[in-house]
Design a binder for this molecule. Structure first.
Ligand code: F0G
Length: 459
């Protein structure tokens, strides 16, 4: 009997050409881009793994929903379609549309966070941390230590360390802690999931100390998929049942719909409490738009509603996460040091183990990301010292425990052949890793979220 291989739960109806380039072209382009991969033009990249955010392929049903969009300023049917989808999938009765995830953070944090506040969580995403620090508040990382050992096998490396969390909660007055943020899945530690058991423990502490829980939900469906596979209690539950269970412990959520809702642009806030919804509505109207569109057109809300249903189907998630694992396992088999287990949306290379000879002051993960581009036209992103920014008080570089290169896989976009191509190039760099001895220095940087616009020069 043949072993039956895995096959995608969709077929392809539209294609987009991509172009290969030569090594000398890429050396010139990356120099012109000041060694910042965000400055490359997309046609200078062959396999673009910069992000899985807004880069997925919409389905035929999503495109047909675009045609049904209601562009009325107030009370559009598209708003109600989206409201119903959000209520059905998350259980939140109130919602505010925003143009993307960080806009949801901006609106909700304007409502809840003041200077001097403390916001514990599991490795806050950079825009989340940026919005906290911009308000002169502090993000405290309470992720479990296992998350920072890339070789350690652990089913839920996104989990919150409840002891670290309780220490923060017990040593600060509740008025200074407007929320605990749980990021599902935890992007910064490698697309690693959080278990329901852990969410329940955090919920217990939150109740004990009278603090609300907000989920940063960009990849909530991938989190639910891992719970189904790894948490016995949920083996026979549907993805949507698990999502409802997860959200039942939260007071609210911010969502970047560009990830698990498979749209190119969009976001929202989900809330349980009417008073909080009313307060946040004021900021939504100021920053985003009226409460029934808030930064989104009617057609985009329609596509998002459809995307929420498709993104929470088991077959789709199985296809998606198997593809990410396929890519990660090609690298693991060649001994390339990657975060293990392989996460939901991306494969993370442990750059300190890849290039131990490059000094941390010369940006190890960025050096590796540049090398992968030059080698094969593969664009990844640094999640290391450049992204960690400077300490807002001392202005010193913050050196994170992990220097990672993230290769995020867009949803329904590349075939396994593309990923095989990318893996072969990465393995070639691995084989000549000892030749890479020096990194880069900063020529220009912005005061916050510098990684997007930083300019570097070769050492
Ligand atoms: N939260 C998480 C966990 C994210 O990964 C992102 C975005 C955001 C919030 C902000 O959402 O981009 O819609 O404003 N992550 C992208 C990425 C940029 O590449 O991981 P946004």
């Amino acid at each position: 009997m043949m072993n039956i291989p895995f096959a995608e739960s969709y077929k392809i109806k539209m294609v987009e050409s991509i172009r290969r380039s030569t090594r000398s072209e890429r050396e010139k382009w990356i120099k012109e881009a000041n060694y910042n991969l965000f400055n490359l033009r997309s046609d200078q990249v062959f396999v673009d793994l910069l992000t899985d955010s807004g880069t997925g392929a919409m389905s035929d049903r999503q495109w047909s929903e675009m045609m049904l969009g209601d562009e009325s300023y107030a009370g559009a049917s598209s708003f109600y379609k989206l409201k119903n989808a959000i209520a059905e999938i998350t259980g939140f009765p109130y919602f505010l549309p925003t143009h993307q995830g960080r806009a949801a953070e901006n609106v909700l944090f304007s409502t809840l966070i003041k200077a001097g506040d403390i916001i514990p969580g599991n490795s806050h995403f950079d825009t989340t941390k940026g919005h906290i620090e911009f308000r002169k508040a502090t993000a405290v990382d309470c992720t479990i230590d296992e998350a920072f050992n890339t070789t350690l096998d652990h089913p839920f490396k996104g989990n919150v360390d409840v002891q670290k969390l309780e220490k923060v909660l017990s040593s600060n007055p509740a008025e200074k802690i407007p929320m605990i943020i749980i990021t599902i899945t935890c992007n910064s530690s490698g697309g690693q999931p959080v278990s329901i058991e852990n969410i329940r423990q955090v919920s217990g502490l939150a109740k004990k100390y009278g603090v609300r829980i907000i989920f940063d939900s960009a990849r909530f469906a991938e989190n639910a998929y891992f719970i189904k596979l790894r948490e016995k209690e949920f083996a026979n539950h549907s993805i949507r049942e698990i999502a409802r269970e997860m959200f039942s412990y939260a007071d609210g959520m911010t969502m970047s719909s560009k990830k698990d809702a498979i749209v190119n642009m969009g976001g929202f806030i989900g809330l349980r409490d009417q008073a909080l919804f009313q307060q946040a509505s004021v900021y939504n109207i100021m920053f985003e738009g009226f409460v029934t569109y808030g930064g989104m057109s009617g057609r985009d809300m329609n596509a998002l509603a459809q995307g929420l249903y498709e993104g929470t189907e088991f077959d789709y998630l199985e296809t998606r996460i198997n593809q990410v694992a396929f890519f990660g396992n090609l690298l693991r088999e060649a001994c390339v040091p990657v975060q293990f287990p392989i996460g939901g949306h991306a494969v993370f290379i442990d750059a300190k183990r890849f290039l131990p000879q490059v000094p941390k002051e010369q940006f190890i993960a960025q050096t590796l990301a540049i090398e992968l581009y030059i080698e094969g036209g593969i664009r990844a992103v640094e999640i290391g010292t450049i992204m960690a920014d400077r300490d807002p008080e001392t202005r010193e570089n913050r050196y994170p425990d992990l220097e990672l290169v993230r290769m995020a896989i867009p949803r329904r976009t590349y075939t396994n052949n593309h990923l095989h191509f990318a893996a072969a190039h990465i393995i070639n760099v691995w084989e000549r890793r000892n030749e890479i001895k020096t990194g880069y220095s900063i020529r220009y940087e912005a005061p916050i979220m510098r990684h997007f616009t930083v300019e570097l020069e070769k050492n």
